[in-house]
Design a binder for this molecule. Structure first.
Ligand code: HEC
Length: 300
């Protein structure tokens, strides 16, 4: 009885404050965690979730019993050989210079206006706070916020995929990781909730001539192989960007990675900074809410 009373009081306070604009998103996030924890709980469920994976592979190359926080490691959370290679690559992280370069950009860039990045971002440990819904601007990613800062101070915007943009984000991410920051995406208005819903729809819509959705590969398909690569789960996807990819031989942003997947699914890539890309990133980031910021990182 007591429990019911408390629940209804808490419920009505939330209602009065309008504090439950994230209700749908919270439900989605919890369902996603439950799905992935179950999928990778035990090899007993494997036949249900991995009907096309050879039994031998499931027995020898998979780790089971994976918990929420480990999903930030992408496919290295469950793939034993991949994990071993990952640990080896991380012994001499190739992104250290990028963090240094990003720190320089943060501390030394002087804008035409006389201001600097420190005026826009007094605290650099903000990698987990973006994308944000901002009234009048819509969803703004970290890259978008950096470019807004440049443009508002009379500078040209940067390429959202790589170069200086990735370096500065690497510094923000590394500082956030050092301070133990978590992904902390806020949905606190009707407009923000609508942007989230559009991002989610984009994630689950089949597109391109192959008629694949992001979810085909990164929800239902996560843990299965395409050629030689295991597909990673949506849960944890945004935690570790920017990423140094061996294929790129460079650091790249989340936008750059999504662009590549757009191409793989037979679709003309969406532009970084477009409403589509920003809202997709908003949805993806909310799914990782509460996980530690863990960028920059390495991927093949
Ligand atoms: C045909 C399957 C397929 C589709 C469809 C697809 N991807 Fe991917 N994606 C991959 C593969 C393969 C990789 C590399 C292995 C992995 O998942 O880490 C990858 C990697 C990624 C990564 C990097 C993961 C990490 O750990 O750093 C992100 C982020 C990502 N995809 C997002 C998306 C988004 C967003 C969409 C929809 C716009 C999408 N993908 C559509 C196959 C796909």
């Amino acid at each position: 009885m007591k429990k019911i009373v408390i629940a209804s009081v808490v419920g009505s306070i939330a209602f009065l404050n309008g504090a439950n604009f994230n209700e749908e998103a919270e439900k989605d996030r919890k369902a996603l965690i439950a799905y992935f924890e179950k999928k990778f709980a035990d090899k007993k469920n494997a036949a249900l979730y991995f009907p096309y994976t050879p039994k031998e592979e499931l027995e020898n190359n998979f780790r089971w019993g994976i918990k929420w926080e480990e999903f930030r490691l992408g496919s290295y959370a469950f793939n034993k050989t991949g994990r071993a290679q990952y640990e080896e690559m991380n012994e001499f992280p190739p992104y250290e210079d990028n963090i240094e370069a990003g720190k320089e950009l943060y501390e030394k860039t002087k804008f035409k206006s006389g201001k600097s990045f420190k005026d826009c971002f007094p605290d650099p440990a903000i990698a987990g706070d973006y994308p944000k819904y901002i009234k009048g601007k819509g969803v703004v990613t970290l890259g978008g916020a950096i470019n807004n800062c440049l443009v508002e101070n009379g500078e040209k915007p940067w390429n959202m995929n790589k170069g200086k943009m990735a370096d500065l984000q690497a510094y923000f991410a590394a500082t956030s990781r050092e301070k133990g920051k978590k992904i902390n995406i806020v949905i606190d208005s009707k407009e923000a909730a609508e942007a989230y819903a559009r991002g989610k729809k984009a994630y689950y819509s089949q597109r391109g001539y192959l008629k694949l959705s992001c979810a085909t590969c990164h929800v239902q398909g996560a843990g299965q192989r395409v050629r030689n690569e295991y597909m990673s789960p949506l849960l944890g996807h945004v935690t570790h960007f920017p990423v140094y990819r061996l294929k790129w031989e460079a650091l790249g942003t989340l936008e750059r990675r999504v662009k590549g997947c757009n191409k793989d699914q037979g679709e003309t890539p969406h532009k970084p900074g477009s409403q589509w890309m920003n809202e997709l990133a908003y949805f993806m980031a909310y799914m990782s809410n509460g996980l530690p910021v863990d960028g920059p990182d390495i991927r093949k």
